[in-house]
Write a protein that binds this ligand. Sequence first.
Ligand code: DCP
Ligand code: MG
Length: 426
Amino acid sequence: MTWLQDDQMVTFNWERKILHVDMDAFYAAIEQMDHPFYRGQPVIVGGDPHGRGVVATCSYEARKFGVHSAMPLREAFRKCPQGIFVPPRGWRYAEVSECIMKILAEYSPVIEPLSLDEAFLDLSGSEQIFGPAVAIARTIVRRIKSEVGLEASIGLGPNKFLAKLGSDLEKPQGFVVIAPENAAMILENLPVRKLWGVGRKTERLLQEMGIHTIGQLRNVDLNRLTAKLGEIGTQLYHLAHGKDERPVIEEERAKSIGREITFPIDTDQKEFLGAVLLGLGEHVARQLRRHGLKGRVIAVKIRNANFKTMTRQVTLSQSTDFEERIYQEALRLANEMQWGFGKVRLLGVSVSGFNPVQSQLGLFSEEMSIPEPTMEVLHRTIDGLKDKFGEHIITKATILSIRPKRAAAEGKAPGSDAMESQNSVN
Ligand code: DCP
Ligand code: MG
């Protein structure tokens, strides 16, 4: 499919020019970039193939075997036993994401990151400075490749819906421009699930009405559609006509930073769970410091053996990036939730409600006996040691005590051997 040939020369006369950038096989591509041996191989990011976690993503080589995001790792292993299974390295993905977003931000102040690997850019005002939007898009792809080392797919359109649809149409390394006059032709035979907001439930309702393609939806009477679907019917009707007025909204980069662990065996051993909580707090605090963030909201998530998920959060009077503080609050919250009323399957800690880091700290913290500036120096020193010698060069004795003996001897973290752990930067 090609909608464009000599793109460098083309200027479009659309009202808005919206670009959607989405990295190809993002986490897996980073693993392949960082580990040359993985290149050309089926790489599956998620963790232990015999554990209970799910696939975060996989390389395109692994997709040929039918592996995909959100598939249980055990199933991925059955489909692709020769795959290279690696645990996620959230901090690294966030670091690479930052480099990509910095490149994008050079071309428009109106940028809306949707996740670590995708963003919208409104290029409507950028053309006077940088030339035609299509040429800007080409430059962006080239720079991401040469400066970051990764491939991206691009969609350029007159609105967010068509731009996002475009970036997905020819992955990987897709470059799709959807002009308003071509929208109807491109949308005609696509399944309705390609419309923004159509999940499995809506898809089923539409199918009950005999609507399978976007073209069919376009020809349905709007009243009939809203009678069946309510307000969302109107939105879908407009999208099916290639119309979408939503603006690109600049958002705060990350809303929360967290980490969670799924245990291989459900447990109610409080000492063990407490030590895991401490490890999670330490990890999250380190991520916060790495990003120069401090948060006021600390949340704990507990999923019990019956898959009941509970979350509880607290808002502090002062924002923090100290593991001691995060752990103290997380432990209190977990106790308040009675550790999920039974055996625990998953435990998570996150921090949100960010302020930019302020250097004007009070001389002494209210809650801790060590003055904060001293704690800051201590954290900086430990962060420096970890950056230089690896994550596990230094850790708390309590965390060390929960490691399996062999893992401890090898200097692995809790979670690296026996548990599925997952970072989240939302
Ligand atoms: N991700 C995840 N869990 C999911 C889906 C995605 O952890 N269920 C993570 C891993 C992905 C990243 O988010 O690398 C970006 O998600 P995408 O849906 O863009 O998937 P990819 O970038 O991996 O592949 P592609 O965009 O090429 O389809
Ligand atoms: Mg992607």
